[in-house]
Design a protein around this ligand. Structure first.
Ligand SMILES: [Zn+2]
Length: 460
């Protein structure tokens, strides 16, 4: 009797396998927010993933009928959405989190951050810091991060180890820094970095001239030229403070956007971080040059830099993504908080409560970020043929109850800690809040150990 029963089970499974396509992963049962062009939401829905790609998005019953999954994630009572894209950060700066707060950008940079970096930035600090940042990002639903720092190859290796997607820019700066004594050394370093990682599936190497106020014309143009030569992104801090605009007006009799336009800096894949102080003409230049903007509401508020005119950018058709900036000016890497603050800051600064509604904030953290990076053919939405960068978010906390509108809840009440599963390139980096790719306890222990060095270095 028992033998007959086993035979029947085997037959039905093999029959199922013949009719259903094998895929590596299915995420099923949650509310699926696709972020596609029609803002399609499936309640409930399911996503089928084969290797690194999304192969289907449909109802759970339809997906179950079509696919046999090697691994299944049950996302009932959760929201399934595209992984969040942090378009501006400096991952290793988690090591300087809380080191100096409550200062204006220039004092903060010149009196604390640059000196602390001069004494402590090393391949080890960058490696340890990026691992720590990677765990934080995976745990809070970020699947792609855009970085600008030193020893960027260490960041690339840590990102690959963690399984995160990164657009990673080697910093070019006029003064001597830990990984380069001169701008030409930095440029040579950036070129080596680009060559090493240009064919990597997860890492997009980039050139990152720090800012207009920290580089001369020759260095800015050489950076842009390097980006063009290899067809890689160029990332720059841009019009972040009123001070920066004043300096440009004094020195060049132009706004930063107009000056960078006049020297031929803006290229086809440029990402400008901040863009707080811009005129309508500046916005028109950015639109014409297809420059993406990385908006960092929390950093801009903390450093009192100002409020970027996000509604104006969006109505002009400029691609805007969201960023946290480095953890020393935020002080975390939680993109849910960035969404919420982007919405609130826009409302407060325009005195218009309809400015940057929840859907717009979510767009900026997903498909908008992808557009700003010129990567919307690959990431930013749950659509067939795109890379499988997917997160699931629990919706069962008291503060999330009841759920009338999932998009409202994602932006206005959800926190990074509510993320349950994080998937990048079809690989599950965190399952039920357990990070699989890095040893969380070991990462935290080595960061704490290294913090002793940072503490000693900044003792006055
Ligand atoms: Zn920054």
């Amino acid at each position: 009797m028992k033998r007959v029963f086993v035979a029947c089970v085997v037959a039905s499974v093999s029959l199922g396998a013949q009719t259903r396509r094998s895929v590596s992963l299915v995420v099923t049962g949650g509310t699926v927010i696709t972020e596609n062009g029609a803002h399609r939401i499936l309640t409930p829905g399911a996503v089928a993933i084969s290797g690194v790609d999304i192969v289907d998005v449909d109802t759970p019953a339809a997906i179950a009928a079509k696919y046999q999954a090697a691994e299944t994630i049950d996302a009932r009572d959760q929201i399934v959405l595209p992984g969040l894209i942090n378009t501006h950060t400096h991952a290793p700066m988690v090591m300087y989190r809380g080191l100096a707060d409550d200062l204006a950008l220039r004092d903060w940079l010149e009196q604390y951050i640059f000196p602390a970096e001069a004494k402590t930035v090393s391949p080890e600090l960058v490696r340890v810091g990026t691992r720590l940042a990677a765990v934080e990002m995976i745990e809070s639903g970020t699947t792609t991060f855009v970085d600008m720092y030193y020893f960027e190859e260490e960041i690339a290796r840590a990102a690959i180890e963690a399984g995160l997607r990164g657009v990673l820019g080697q910093t070019i700066i006029q003064f001597p820094v830990a990984d380069a004594k001169t701008p030409s050394e930095a440029l040579a370093r950036a070129e080596r970095f680009i060559r090493e990682f240009k064919d990597n599936g997860l890492v997009v190497p980039a050139v990152a001239p720090h800012a207009l106020y920290t580089n001369d014309k020759t260095t800015l143009l050489a950076s842009a030229e390097l980006g063009r030569k290899y067809g890689v992104p160029v990332i720059i801090h841009f019009s972040e403070t009123e001070d920066e605009v004043r300096m440009a007006r004094d020195q060049y009799k132009m706004t930063p956007a107009a000056y960078l336009e006049s020297i031929g800096f803006w290229g086809p894949k440029t990402l400008a971080a901040h863009g707080v102080w811009v005129t309508d003409d500046d916005i028109a230049i950015l639109k014409r040059r297809a420059v993406g903007v990385a908006h960092n509401p929390e950093s801009n508020m903390k450093l009192a830099s100002g409020a970027a005119p996000i509604p104006k950018y969006l109505s002009a058709g400029v691609a805007v993504g969201l960023g946290t900036d480095g953890a020393a000016s935020n002080n975390d890497l939680d993109m849910f908080e960035a969404m919420r603050q982007a919405s609130f800051l826009a409302k407060l600064s325009t005195r218009d409560p309809t400015a940057v509604p929840a859907q717009t904030a979510l767009d900026m953290a997903t498909i908008g970020g992808a557009r700003a990076l010129h990567m919307d053919h690959l990431i930013g939405s749950l659509e067939v043929g795109k890379r499988a960068d997917v997160i699931t978010v629990s919706m069962s906390a008291t503060r999330q109850t009841p759920v009338y509108d999932p998009v409202s809840h994602l932006v206005y009440v959800t926190r990074g800690d509510d993320v349950r599963n994080t998937i990048v390139d079809g690989k599950v980096l965190m399952k039920d809040r357990r990070v699989r790719t890095l040893d969380r306890a070991a990462v935290i222990a080595s960061a704490n150990k290294l913090a002793e060095k940072v503490r000693d270095a900044v003792k006055r």
